[in-house]
Design a protein around this ligand. Sequence first.
Ligand code: FAD
Ligand code: UDP
Length: 378
Amino acid sequence: MDLLVVGSGFFGLTIAERAAAAGRRVTVIDRRAHIGGNAYSEDEPETGIEVHRYGAHLFHTSNPTVWEYVNRFTDFTSYVHRVYTTHKGVVFPLPINLGTINQFFQAAYTPDQAKALVQELAGEFDAKDAANLEEKGIALIGRPLYEAFIRDYTAKQWQTDPKDLPAEVISRLPVRYTYDNRYFNDTWEGLPVDGYTAWLERMADHPNIEVKLSTDYFDESQPLNKKATVGQVPVVYTGPVDRYFDYAEGELSWRTLDFEQEVLPIGDFQGTSVMNYADADVPYTRIHEFKHFHPERADRYPTDKTVVVREYSRFATRADEPYYPVNTADDRAGLLAYRDLAKGERDVHFGGRLGTYQYLDMHMAIGSALSMWNNQLA
Ligand code: FAD
Ligand code: UDP
């Protein structure tokens, strides 16, 4: 073995694939019983509808290197992601756009009129100096829209006062003064034609790659554990960075999600793939209806059944799957301490969402793995 990769998510598999293509022998271990990390998906057995087990995953990128790379393993459908939100029993389009604004104010504003109105409503804060999520939200869209669509959704998603959350959390949500309601701004988007798992398996399908599942790096009863491998073979580690150092600098905080999945005896539950629930009286943040991610599979999906998943968000304990880094000031200090410790580890390379404590979209995880391979490992 020339390289040990801990974790078979997109980061680990990209490293493994590049190393194998360069003639290195690679072993990938994962503590889960399946490959692919959080992008893993499987067909719901009763309906055959593809369900993303760890939350809906939409691929999008503007990075030509990443787009060329991922197309070696899968084709993409022409799916374009759109999200709607329900507020006080009425459905509005997201991200906030001219359609949302006109529906909310029961008006027919032109782009310039809507901009002038929002500017007037947003006057209390300046987006450039916004110190936290609440100030940023109000600066971007004004208080009435912020309170309707952002405040309570964010409180459900983070269970943290928006005044204590970093402004960047909502920078990902554009505000548009047109009727364009594409969720992403990227050049390319789509879903893998044969599903995520087929894509991930193709990345690992190389005679130089061996994958061992249900194998935990910290389990000393299995031979490829931390004690036995560090300093003996180069390691790419994509598990949680605090766990690697046995929480020596404290625990980094994460949010986890609970998914409540149901097969319903109807053809169509909500007419779209994702419906957010903006109000505090609904305990879940959103409902996913998975058949709508693949309209091109209409002839093979049932017309009298559908799969819906309600998503609930809460703080993660050590026993939970970590999903979103919370990134409080304490977390940022902890992360710096772990980065110092990581520098001292001989030939151990920390990568991916958990290994760097960073929210990374799939294209970012793949892009940073390609950089790590090219710049450090190759
Ligand atoms: P992961 O996929 O988390 O893989 C890490 C792997 O390491 C896991 O398989 C884990 O089991 C393994 N591991 C951990 N510890 C150990 C250990 N001790 N021993 C062995 N193995 C271990 N991105 C998008 O681009 N679009 C989206 O729409 C999108 N939606 C998302 C929705 C949710 C709810 C979440 C949480 C993420 C979403 N993402 C999305 C991000 C996407 O999941 C990540 O970009 C991607 O999973 C990152 O890959 P990774 O390899 O860094 O991490
Ligand atoms: N957000 C919101 N209302 C919505 C959707 C998003 O307030 O209807 C805010 C919320 O704070 C969320 C952030 O925008 O955490 C990012 O939303 P996105 O949908 O990109 O998050 P993800 O899909 O990763 O959960």
